[in-house]
Design a protein around this ligand. Sequence first.
Ligand code: SF4
Length: 394
Amino acid sequence: MTGARSAPRSLYVHVPFCAKRCHYCDFSVTTSRHPPIVEYLDALRADLDDWFASREWQRRLELDTLFIGGGTPSLLGAEGMGELAELLAQRFAWNPATVEWTAEANPNSIPAGVCAAWREIGINRLSLGVQSFQDGPLAWLGRLHDAAGAAAAVERAREAGFDRVNVDLIFGLPADVPRDWGRDVARALELGVTHVSAYGLTAEPRTPLGRQVDLGRVRLPDDGRYGDEYLEVSRVLRDAGFEHYEVSNFARPGHASVHNWHYWDGSEYLGVGPSAHSYLGGERIWNVYRWDRYREAVGAGAPLREGSERPTPAQRRLERVWLGLRTDVGVRWDEVDVEGREARLAAWRDEGWIAEDGEFLRLTPEGWLRLDPLAAEVAGWSTDADELTRRTTA
Ligand code: SF4
């Protein structure tokens, strides 16, 4: 049964607009400098109405976390975000003193007035798509801000009263892109951010970057350099007092993202907007991916949910292990089902890939570089075949 008591306490809202599409991006994004805010909010209203009707949620749902992501939510500006907040307040309730309310912004579209207005609305955590504090890599990535603009955005956020500021940084750029990765990490520390998300560049198949890599015109770094940069950011931030609490995420103590934890610890969450995912009652449900199709579906009264799946017990177990090993909590020993257990664990220990105590098995940063195959083995799956196959039936 789905009722208000089993309702999600985390909400994700996808804002599918960017002023320009970055050539490596495969998110659900449409390019627009002036997003159709009225139409977008009408569509979100229809999405929410549909959820509340289908789940028979009668009252406003209590939230612990809200996350406005994208895309580029800062293109909503002060007014658009204010209207979005009013729309959400019709369906949800949250305690302003305890809620974690994150919004993502790009440095070139978050002027001081928008920062101040967002704080006024109640947003208390800002996540900036910085990627680098150097002009060379920013130009190569096709970003609309430069190094000075990236630093200035962090400073504006802090001046507006955001004491929780994340910066996204990308590592693993091609060797011929002029970039000093260590200098980017140091700059984030100098600017006093409380959280860093460090992602390796990947060449997704449907993107211009993916095509360039396929054609041999761009060469991504080999595993050695990729791993060196990953271990460098981990070492430098931990030395500076950050916790490396998830594969890609680092936080000052007390500043880990509560919203993201809910994705990893199996909590329920609701997602609205194109491509948004929800996890409710053991089922994963996702929305129509593209903004134009989502908007058309709203106009035609067609379903906004594009698909759903209910993982089998074996898949759930693999997912639980994979999500647990992503974090610095790890997995309980009773979840560990490694074939040839003692020998495999001894080998991983020798390589420095695992850390253990009486209760949990965890991965080290070196282990996180091999997360997928290690998680598969820990969950009792074999990675020998092209596709994962369950070693024993669940
Ligand atoms: S700003 Fe972010 S979401 Fe927008 S196109 Fe670039 S990478 Fe994608």
